[in-house]
Design a protein around this ligand. Structure first.
Ligand code: ZN
Length: 267
């Protein structure tokens, strides 16, 4: 890593120039659950290097097998982690909302990974150079503890997606995917095209059209102005494959409402 010396020591954050568009540690905490939960001293160190960024739909946060230059903490929006083939086909294996960030591999001292990481729902967040985030991560404080819990949630999702993509019908997968996206976005209204849905599920667009049409006829979802609305969550949950409940149970266990009334990592 660029901030690691040949003797294994890590350069202090003060060795790095401070970005011009930084945020102040004195301002209100971001909505990102990790940044909001950090003790003041740990947050203060990171905040010196966090830069607010808009994150438009389909923005690539990192490319397969390319250096992960920045980590993006989400305040709003939705990140999709996608496995891709050499010919460019892809299938989604994980979702990240404001409970997390892109670029986990960089914190684990791996400069790149084989996934594509893109914005699936537009939003905004805070960007930090991955080397700087790693410097804070290796100190072993609360940041490291929370990142471990976040990594666990990613592992749960990816593992379940392997089974789901192989074993479950498109309609059940679509229902799972809509519910999971809504959970991470904390919104029952999702800005999604069927083209995008077909890419995420790794199936033909016509297949998604049929599956979404069935869900719509059952009154579970509706469309308006380019958005999909979840109209009947219990009904959609009943249609979803078991993967939704399995993954959701992990989220419910790891993320709990704290004294501040917001979600926190249960550590
Ligand atoms: Zn499934």
């Amino acid at each position: 890593m660029e901030n690691t010396l040949s003797n294994g020591n890590v350069l202090p954050l003060t060795s790095f120039p401070r970005p011009q568009n930084f945020i102040s540690a004195d301002t209100a905490r971001p909505r990102n659950i990790i940044l909001a939960q950090l003790p003041a001293d740990e947050y203060g160190v990171l905040a010196r290097h966090l830069v607010p960024v808009d994150l438009p739909l389909e923005k690539h946060l990192s490319e397969p097998n390319q250096p992960i230059e920045f980590i993006y903490f989400l305040n709003t929006g939705l990140i999709s982690t996608d496995a891709v083939t050499v010919s460019g086909e892809q299938v989604e294996v994980g979702l990240i909302g404001r409970e997390g960030f892109s670029g986990l591999a960089a914190l684990l001292d791996q400069p790149q990974m084989s996934h594509s990481v893109i914005m699936q729902g537009f939003g905004e967040g805070l960007r930090i150079r991955s080397a700087l985030a790693r410097t804070e991560f290796v100190k072993g404080g609360m940041f490291q503890k929370i990142v471990h819990a976040f990594a666990y949630l990613q592992l749960v999702q990816i593992t379940q997606s392997v089974l789901c993509n192989r074993m479950h019908e498109v309609e059940a997968r679509l229902a799972r995917w809509l519910l999971s996206s809504a959970d991470r976005m904390e919104s029952e209204s999702l800005h999604l095209t069927q083209e995008f849905l077909s890419q995420m599920l790794g199936v033909q667009r016509s297949t998604v059209t049929v599956a979404a049409g069935d869900l719509q006829r059952c009154g579970l979802i509706g469309y308006s102005r380019g958005r999909i609305h979840i109209l009947d969550r219990p009904g959609l949950t009943a249609k979803a494959c078991e993967c939704y409940g399995i993954v959701n149970a992990s989220y419910v266990r790891v993320l709990k409402k704290g004294d501040n009334g917001d979600l926190n990592y249960a550590l």
